[in-house]
Write a protein that binds this ligand. Structure first.
Ligand SMILES: Cc1cc2nc3c(=O)[nH]c(=O)nc-3n(C[C@H](O)[C@H](O)[C@H](O)COP(=O)(O)O)c2cc1C
Length: 192
């Protein structure tokens, strides 16, 4: 069976956008640093296609450091109202500076300033310190554009496998596993 998982992903994603109460683009991102300790957190999907599934973050965060040490990741969407999940695994690369600049420029000014104020994954003494840094950044960039911080960028997960899971009666769930072989994709069915 040869198929195109991206068409199916687009269909499911469109249904999730119509049915989920919030954040249909939220996905769990699992990484594993050099010490072999897995870690997982939610991020938002900001672009997708055969070349990769893209999210943006602070590269100095734990996930950023994990990916610098081991550039592989797993993604998981769970669209509860549809009783569906999609699992994606693959190698990770940084998106180009131009692409990251374009996305950063499309964000609200508040989010842009937040990216400068946040030292993601590093403890701050207090919430007040965080807010003070935000105010400092606001003053610093007053009257001009807010540039993308050098430590803030996008990561792209190039899919090697994509598994679509659908809830079925009597727990006889359906799992369609797509596997990349060069430019082609092959499909197999898994049984729960
Ligand atoms: C629904 C949801 C979406 C999120 N989206 C992002 C995101 O796109 N980028 C990001 O850096 N953090 C996002 N976060 C915050 C992360 O889950 C996480 O707390 C933060 O990035 C630090 O993770 P780390 O210390 O493992 O690197 C999101 C959280 C939630 C609950």
């Amino acid at each position: 069976m040869a198929s195109d998982p991206f068409h199916l992903f687009d269909e499911w994603f469109a249904e999730a956008r119509a049915s989920e109460p919030n954040d249909p683009e939220a996905m769990a991102l699992a990484t594993c640093g050099g010490a072999g300790q897995p870690s997982v957190r939610m991020v938002l999907l900001k672009g997708h296609g055969p070349d990769g599934f893209v999210f943006y973050t602070n590269q100095r965060s734990r996930k950023g450091e994990d990916l610098a040490q081991d550039p592989h990741a797993a993604l998981l969407f769970h669209w509860k109202s549809l009783r569906r999940q999609v699992r994606i695994e693959g190698a990770v690369t940084l998106v180009s500076g131009e692409e990251a600049d374009a996305y950063f420029a499309s964000r609200s000014r508040d989010s842009q300033l937040g990216a400068w104020a946040s030292d993601q994954s590093r403890p701050l003494a207090s919430r007040a310190e965080f807010e003070k840094r935000y105010d400092e950044m606001k003053a610093k960039f007053e009257g001009g554009d807010v540039p993308r911080p050098p430590h803030w960028g996008g990561f792209s997960v190039a899919p090697e496998t994509i598994e679509f899971w659908t809830d079925r009666a009597h727990r006889l769930h359906e799992r369609r596993l797509f596997t990349r072989d060069g430019d082609r994709w092959s499909e197999g069915l898994l049984y729960p």
